[in-house]
Design a protein around this ligand. Sequence first.
Ligand SMILES: NC(=O)c1ccc[n+]([C@@H]2O[C@H](COP(=O)([O-])OP(=O)(O)OC[C@H]3O[C@@H](n4cnc5c(N)ncnc54)[C@H](OP(=O)(O)O)[C@@H]3O)[C@@H](O)[C@H]2O)c1
Length: 297
Amino acid sequence: MEVKLFGQKGVSSMNLTKQDRNQLADGHQMPKLGLGLYKVTDEAVMQKLLAGAYETGYRLFDTAQMYQNEAMIGRALQALPVQRDEFFITTKIAEANQGYDATLRSLEQSLKDLQLDYVDLLLVHWPLHQHFFETWRAFERAKAEGMVRSIGTSNYGQIHLEYLATKANELPVVNQVEVHPYLTQKPLQTFTNEHNIVTQAWAPLGRGGELSDPLVVSLAEKYQKSPAQIVIRWHLQNQTALIPKSSHVERVQANMDVFDFEITNDDMQALDDLNQFKRISQEPELVYERGAQYPHH
Ligand SMILES: NC(=O)c1ccc[n+]([C@@H]2O[C@H](COP(=O)([O-])OP(=O)(O)OC[C@H]3O[C@@H](n4cnc5c(N)ncnc54)[C@H](OP(=O)(O)O)[C@@H]3O)[C@@H](O)[C@H]2O)c1
């Protein structure tokens, strides 16, 4: 399978469209731009959000067992006039549900809550040393049994992916990691590109905090776009898939209005140079050692 390179200088990306999908190494496809649903826990907001997002063109919705909104998403999807194969659902196995049996049991519950026969993408939410290979063995089985279409990881660094490859029968096809202008993760993205693993950015807007960065604001003025649209377009031109979240339908719509302009190579470089190795969330290595995302768990 062809390995896609990213960040190539001089390659026009003007032909990006909102329907664009990544070809995954397992033969399936995944929309490049999806909607994150972390912290959306109000039923009325969820219904409005999914309906508005679907109408705008979003097809990928990202949740996790940890977000405690799978059942709500299930109900909101039922309310949409769409066929199952028209949308792409990602969920993630929580740390407490890792291990062979627990992964499979909890996946059954997620499917029940989502009212689905399968999810399009199942991710290991965080690497944990205790259940590292057993959890992945359960993922391979879930895929073989049709409970999931594609399997992937989240918050895995290069070393976790290389370790997983020592025993895995199948490699992850997606690695969802924290990526935003202050944490560009170029070396990890180069590694995953070389291994045909698609990088999908979480907190792609830096949780909103990077939208007031002076460079981002000045580029927004220059291109007559919003700061969020500049950052979203930057991800896409770097060939990073992404799942920005908003609880506001107008913002969800605006976040997809990024296909009528192109950031120049110089401005792309300037955005890349904002990197400060600054994480919003946990250091994956600590979670791996601690066995939980938060110290008190
Ligand atoms: N795998 C993991 O470990 C992991 C961890 C965290 C998140 N995720 C996933 O990634 C998704 C995205 O990450 P995130 O939610 O942490 O952060 P994010 O998408 O970077 O930022 C979301 C924040 O930006 C604001 N925002 C969105 N669009 C905006 C706009 N156009 N103008 C101004 N502000 C805007 C939102 O506010 P409003 O909602 O008020 O509009 C919200 O506060 C999550 O929802 C979740 O699905 C995965």
